[in-house]
Design a protein around this ligand. Structure first.
Ligand SMILES: [Zn+2]
Length: 228
């Protein structure tokens, strides 16, 4: 089902019968699995992911071979961005009530390029570019402030929204852009910020908050065994 592996005769597996009315993620499954539909079987490794306990517990987390950590707070997300665990790992962040994320999540194999399954979208974060962007954002805000603009944030964007829902998330402020026309040093910083993709902008929303978070790792623990 989830991994698409062939289940050999006699191998442990479970029958899977999601309700056709409430299950809406057929499109996320590989075609062969989707075709087997409600009468399909799931391999032993994927079976725990069908349980509500595990699904609920892993809506905001990073999972690696060595452990799992929660990503519910900005402090925890700052920890992931600043010092990710040893790869390979997967990062899951839901943007709605309860989502099947593990089925879509790609592995991060190189910590220089983080891959984050953010709801239905996969965000990619080039950490070197993010670092340049973080510096450019702070310097741009400082230059704009020196030239008399009111800069309540540590960045020159209209908004940086970690939920990515704000329509002006990642849009540069027009007064700052106007000022940059006569300020080459500011223009250079804005040029760096224009190179940031949706992943880096999401990360910047966490790292460039007015209140700086101290990165903190929070281990994910399940209250009981995953059996129901
Ligand atoms: Zn499987």
């Amino acid at each position: 089902m989830a991994c698409g592996t062939e289940i050999a005769e006699g191998a442990p597996c479970v029958r899977w019968r999601p309700s056709a009315k409430t299950f809406t993620d057929w499109i996320s499954l590989i075609p062969e699995a989707a075709h087997s539909g409600p009468s399909g079987y799931v391999c032993a490794c994927c079976a725990p992911w069908l349980k509500n306990t595990l699904l609920t517990a892993t809506q905001q987390c990073v999972i690696s071979k060595h452990g799992a950590w929660l990503l519910r707070t900005d402090a925890a997300r700052a920890w992931l961005l600043r010092s990710p665990p040893e790869p390979p790992f997967v990062v899951l962040i839901s943007d709605a009530m309860k989502q099947h994320l593990i089925w879509r999540a790609p592995f991060t194999l190189d910590p220089a390029l983080l891959q984050i399954q953010f709801g239905r979208r996969t965000l990619r974060i080039d950490r070197a570019l993010l670092e340049r962007g973080e510096r450019a954002a702070a310097e741009a805000a400082e230059i704009a402030r020196e030239h008399g603009l009111k800069m309540p944030s540590r960045h020159p964007f209209s908004s940086l929204d970690r939920s990515r829902a704000d329509p002006v998330h990642g849009v540069l402020r027009t007064d700052v852009v106007r000022l940059a026309a006569n300020q080459p040093s500011l223009a250079a910083r804005l040029e760096t910020l224009r190179q940031l993709g949706e992943g880096e902008l999401w990360a910047l929303a966490i790292l460039s908050k007015a209140k700086t978070e101290t990165p903190a790792a929070t281990p994910l623990t399940l209250k009981r065994t995953v059996d129901g």
